[in-house]
Design a protein around this ligand. Sequence first.
Ligand code: ASP
Length: 462
Amino acid sequence: MGRDDYKGYRDPCLALMKRHGVRVWSEVIARTTGGTFEGLILPRSETADAQHIALKLSSGYNIGLRADTIVELVETGWREAVYRIPEKEFPRDPAKPRVKLFGTGGTIASRLDYRTGAVIPAFSPGELYGSVPELADICNLDTEKLFGVFSENMGPEQYIELAQAVGQAIRDGYDGIVIGHGTDTMHHTAAALSFMVRRPPVPIVMVGSQRSSDRPSSDAAQNLISAAWAAAHGEIAEVLVCMFGPTSDRYNLLHRGTRVRKMHSSYRSTFRTLGDVPLAMVERGAITPIKRDFARRRDDREVEIAAVFDERVTILYYYPNMQPDIIDALVERGYRGIVIAGTGLGHVNRKVYPALERAREAGVQCYMTLQTLWGYVQMYVYETGREILELGVVPLANMLPEVAYVKLGWALGMHPDDPDAVRALMTTSIAGEMTEREPHDGYLVFQGGVPELDALLRHLWK
Ligand code: ASP
């Protein structure tokens, strides 16, 4: 049997299907503790839960059979249903900007069709136009699928290929770039591109979706439309993340690639700018800047691609009672850089000091960032902070831990034999990853929370 025979199914359903000798597109009689059903086993979306087998009944209804209720599955036939998104020709308009959409995978790249249950990628311009016709009002779109992975499988190899592809698209004359990406690690890739694509002349807008487009509450279409707007018509020529602002579908926010982070596992408004306010709002085609200091769109097509990464870097998330052998093990395994996510203003316990000393002697660079995510590393406040500084741990102001991790891999790749140059690069802000101060209101407002706050106040005072 081929790989697709169980498309999308994982254990316990996968084991159950194998045990009963049935697969996707098997016509079955299913005996369950809740009754007997006859129907066709449908493919399952990889993003759907693992507990149910999807069955299309002869009435046309789809039902989910919970694995632990299934007593027996008997195959009576096999019938593959083929379904494709209707391809409509993407209308070209020479007066509109040209946008290149790169696909890397994630929820935004998959769509479950309820008529057949097939998981189908909506990807060619024609397919995208078929499902999101508004795109044609915004730009001329070309698409290229680079990868088809969930974002936990993105890594340095993909960052490098993506950065090079972005460089090529810029040189090919595109007016903006959109990158479809899984949301889970979108902020890592955004940071990687922020460092690898130097001074881009056009917007590079990353976009994903928290809910796939087969669900009524999907954010996929609005995110894609807003991202296409920002890429085609926006003035901000930086690496951006474009996702829901408030929990409602009122507008999207554009976040700077080095200051953004996924902050909620399921909310659509999961991305937040940390340590600052977002760069802009996108609302039905209008882009309203929130900040003024950003790199502006240029007419030239000059860009430098610095696509390098030394993989021997890690993040060490400090917890009380951490033992020094953790750090020793990293040094022994040949790691060259450690980003510590410390407590409070940048602390770790005394127990690990000797190991930090040994790391320094072995030439392993250690940097300090914060678990609090908001605020600055300030190691001069307490004596313990000063002691850690003396062990050679370098504070990174308000750089986010994941951003520091990505930057360190990149900096070590840029200067493999020059530790001083790596340190100089790490302690200089080159893509907004460290800022001089936090805006007093950044933590509380302009993060898409205002409409909810308004609603709450109205409710309280009514
Ligand atoms: N797990 C998925 C991913 O990051 C979630 C998503 O696409 O939003 O690839």
